[in-house]
Design a binder for this molecule. Structure first.
Ligand code: TTP
Length: 394
């Protein structure tokens, strides 16, 4: 079935990681998020794909163009991010008068559930959550979706909208919706109309992850690295110990005395050790450096970043070209054991994680012997002086 993948959004909740990199290009187990979405769509039944790009569009276009796809894949540009219905409208001229699938290009779906979606006539992927009030919640009777309500105080079900839809051909004419209260043209308004005119089925998804906020990038890597098979390439010392599912790409170097506890992913050009400890589902991106006496736990370290000496980095996300000075220590656990909070678009939001460290935008530099508290966000290019204790975002 023809498929539209939405990948034009600015990713404001993911800041500062999206200051230079569009959210669909953030790394998940060695591939950009949007590439994973496309692969899953094609494996599940997409006959051709139109990807809507916009924010930092060149990077997404290039990543798509440089890969071989088994079905036609093209990109269209949404010049202004006016909402998801507007994004699909941008793709409309490329679509045939036939049913079409729409997928959020910043979400991860399990493949079996996606296959079931592709086998449907008109449908929306649903996912059961405990606290649906912060999502779009589906009203469902006997598997039929009767409508969708955004962030309801009194949710009609526990089934939330995953942003994966099959629309009937007629929906191509319904995309010119009015602006919503938040000033966007919303695809959920098109879904609502479909529910009023067609039998739209709820397809319960076994697994789904909306990768919208920094800790969800950790969760995305935890999911997808755990799904990989062990594969050790590169130059690995006989005196290093690689336990469990460890992926070491060619051109990576693992020095003596290194212990890597899988699942873990070490991308091409990285250099680990000597005497470093990497554990707890860590992703080390291309050309990264983890040096002597460093412990990295359950973290995402993006391309060209360095954690060169005597550092503890736990449950954290580092953007590109970050350098942590010798002796930098990151806290990742509150004394009261409560979930760590992070500032997202000015509001303190619970990560839902008992352990969470810090988020660094691209180009952050920390001086020697500094300490950074739990839940700190350092914006792109921020610096920390030697010996400083960081208790507030900067
Ligand atoms: P959102 O997650 O609502 O928006 P976003 O990705 O820009 O993130 P944030 O809210 O943090 O700013 O978007 C859902 C999907 O739709 C996502 O894959 C991006 C895509 N999208 C577009 O393609 N065009 C748009 O105009 C909007 C708003 C979203």
């Amino acid at each position: 079935m023809q498929t539209v993948v939405l990948a034009a959004g600015e990713g404001t909740r993911m800041r500062p990681l999206t200051a230079n990199t569009p959210k669909p290009m953030l790394p998940v187990a060695g591939k950009p998020l949007v590439v994973r979405c496309l692969e899953d769509a094609i494996e599940s039944g997409a006959s051709r794909v139109v990807v809507v790009v916009g924010y930092e569009a060149d990077a997404v276009r290039t990543a798509i163009a440089e890969r071989d796809w088994s079905v036609p894949v093209e990109t269209v540009t949404q010049t202004e991010q006016r909402g998801t219905a507007d994004a699909v409208r941008t793709a409309r001229s490329e679509l045939e008068e036939a049913p079409f699938v729409v997928l959020n290009g910043d979400a991860l779906y399990d493949r079996e559930s996606l296959e079931e979606l592709y086998d449907s006539d008109a449908a929306v992927g649903s996912y059961r959550v405990e606290n649906p009030s912060s999502y779009g919640v589906l009203r469902v009777t006997d598997g039929r979706v009767e409508g969708v309500v955004e962030k309801p105080a009194d949710p009609p079900s526990n089934l939330v909208n995953t942003g994966a839809y099959v629309f009937p051909a007629a929906a191509l004419a319904w995309l010119d919706v009015d602006e919503s209260e938040r000033g966007e043209l919303e695809l959920t308004d098109v879904l609502q109309r479909a529910c009023e005119t067609t039998d739209v089925r709820s397809i319960p998804f076994d697994r789904w992850l909306d990768v919208g906020r920094p800790w969800e990038l950790l969760a995305a890597n935890e999911w997808k690295i755990a799904d990989l098979d062990r594969e050790v390439g590169g130059d690995v010392s006989d005196d290093a110990e690689l336990r469990g599912t460890v992926i070491v790409e060619n051109d990576a170097t693992i020095e003596p005395g290194v212990v890597i506890e899988g699942p873990a992913y070490v991308a091409a050009g990285s250099h680990v050790g000597p005497n470093a400890y990497v554990r707890g589902t860590t992703y080390l991106g291309p050309d990264t450096r983890v040096g002597h006496g460093v412990e990295v736990k359950n973290s995402v370290v993006m391309a060209d970043s360095a954690v060169p000496h005597l550092t503890y980095l736990g449950d954290s996300v580092l953007g590109e070209d970050v350098n942590l000075g010798a002796g930098t220590t990151v806290a990742n656990l509150r004394h009261d054991g409560e979930p760590v909070e992070l500032t997202v678009k000015g509001d303190r939001v619970s990560t839902g994680r008992r352990k969470f460290g810090i988020v660094c935008g691209d180009g952050v530099r920390t001086g020697i012997n500094c300490t950074i508290n739990v839940g700190i966000v350092l914006s792109a290019g921020a610096t920390v002086a030697p010996g400083e204790t960081v208790l507030r975002d900067r």
